[in-house]
Design a protein around this ligand. Structure first.
Ligand SMILES: *Cc1c(COP(=O)(O)O)cnc(C)c1O
Length: 469
């Protein structure tokens, strides 16, 4: 652990980190009364995704597309080359992906799920099995729609919110080997690796683990693809926690990690500090050819993929900013500041504190609410009611139904994610947030669960509606 962070929160001899930027422009926030919030959450069917942002004070729904761009990125927006074909900004983006992630071929997409769609269509056949270090919502649904079945091979510690394992995003190699033995390598086109693992609480995967995953997969002719959405943040954890990496930069670690994989998809709305954008990158010319052909059907021409030229310019600059050590130290330091306050006050959160968010453990928060009465959905609604802070359910609602049986999936983790946008909120916002969580915690025994009154077929957490029991 770096000295800056180790001393955080100590009263004496304290040496704080601070953000490596200052504020040039501000965006006023709306303050609301409890009566207004009561009306708003009822209208939203107790689903924070259905709230209007005008009714939200501190918006911790997601870190996706919500980060603040730098003055350099905004200046880059003015350099947009909006040519339909061959935009100069695409070539800047392509060069940045090649330089910082190290892959050979780049296909731009409008955001991450666009890239997931393309790679799933190219690589997956009906009846295939995709192993991965815990599912992600959009990733898995594209794998399933392409005919695949997702199997979780993450280490058991990832499902235990109290485990202090430093790399809870690691793949369990025995589980992976057993799966290969059971279904056969010919049914497994690739293994789907994410860094950091969102659904486990923003937990990193180690360099040693990806090396072992690559060795095992390549022995069986299975590819390794990376969900690189928060891989720059993962690189910071490797620098901090893994032997041999303390003196390597985030930039070097990121590139080394990617070198053990055959390609990646990216939601640039996270690590890369832009409001919209994504890409798919691979090393195999044949896969590239197919993906580049599909992109013109689903996204746009292969030199813009659904992004404007100016978006690609901002993204190219954002990639460079995202791999700066000082940036990651402040970004992850802020998340940790919030988490450590909640720890001090005895509020149950996922340990260790992850990269992009603090995850409240709704099962321990509301032990009296059974999982099919949606404890995490309830907690997110209560937090909004208390103070206008918006978080997101990551539990039974997000897990959806098993396509085979039609039943709810019952995930071990029932969480509310307080996701911190990059470079947006101050330490005082983190204090206010922690105090609001404490107030809701103090009221926990009087809180009852919810029932679902409307359920969409796909990715139900986005649009489902609830009512109080
Ligand atoms: C957000 C996200 C995606 C999907 O990307 P979008 O840009 O939202 O389409 C995929 N994987 C992970 C890990 C994500 O966080």
């Amino acid at each position: 652990m770096s000295d800056h962070i180790k001393t955080m929160g100590q009263q004496f001899g304290r040496r704080s980190w601070a953000e490596p930027w200052k504020i040039k422009m501000v965006e006023p926030l709306t303050m609301t009364t409890r009566e207004q919030r009561q009306r708003a959450i009822e209208e939203a069917g107790y689903n924070t995704f259905l709230l209007r942002s005008q009714d939200v004070y501190i918006d911790l729904l997601t870190d996706s597309g919500t980060s603040a761009m730098s003055d350099r990125q905004w200046a880059g927006m003015m350099l947009g080359d909006e040519a339909y074909a061959g935009s100069a900004n695409f070539y800047r983006l392509e060069a940045a992906v090649q330089e910082y992630y190290g892959y050979r071929y780049v296909v731009p997409t409008h955001q991450g799920r666009g890239a997931e769609h393309l790679i799933s269509k190219v690589e997956i056949k009906q009846g295939d099995v995709i192993a991965g270090n815990m599912y992600f919502t959009t990733t898995r649904v594209h794998q399933e729609l392409a005919g695949g079945r997702f199997v979780d091979v993450i280490i058991d510690e990832a499902h235990d919110p109290t485990s202090l394992h430093p790399f809870k995003g690691n793949v369990d190699l025995d589980k992976l080997q057993r799966l290969i033995d059971e279904v056969g390598a010919d049914k497994m086109p690739y293994v789907s690796i994410a860094g950091t693992v969102n659904m486990a609480g923003g937990q990193p995967i180690s360099m040693a683990n990806i090396r072992d995953v690559q060795a095992l997969c390549h022995k069986h002719g299975i590819k390794v693809y990376l969900d690189a959405t928060r891989m720059a943040e993962n690189a910071f954890f490797i620098q901090e926690r893994e032997e041999g990496y303390a003196h390597k930069s985030v930039r070097e670690i990121l590139k080394e990690f990617c070198s053990y994989t055959d390609g990646a998809w990216m939601s640039a709305k996270k690590d890369s500090l832009v409001n919209i954008g994504g890409w798919l990158a691979v090393n195999d010319a044949n896969v590239f050819d197919k993906a580049r052909n599909l992109v013109v059907i689903y996204e746009g021409l292969h030199t813009y993929g659904g992004m404007a030229g100016r978006d690609m310019e901002a993204l190219a600059i954002g990639i460079e900013e995202s791999v700066q050590d000082d940036h990651q130290r402040a970004r992850i330091g802020q998340v940790r500041y919030l988490g450590e306050l909640l720890n001090e006050w005895g509020i149950p959160i996922v340990q260790p504190i992850g990269g992009h968010a603090v995850f409240l453990d709704a099962k321990r928060f509301y032990p009296h609410i059974p999982q099919n009465e949606f404890p995490a959905q309830t907690l997110a609604a209560e937090l909004y009611l208390d103070s206008g802070i918006r978080g997101m359910e990551r539990g039974i609602v997000s897990a959806g139904r098993d396509p085979q049986t039609g039943d709810h999936r019952y995930p071990a983790l029932e969480l509310v994610r307080l996701t911190i946008p990059r470079r947006v909120y101050t330490q005082a916002h983190m204090d206010v947030t922690a105090e609001a969580v404490k107030a809701v915690y103090d009221q926990r025994e009087a809180t009852r669960g919810l029932q679902m009154v409307y359920e969409p077929e796909y990715l139900r957490f986005f649009q489902a509606r609830f009512a109080r029991l």
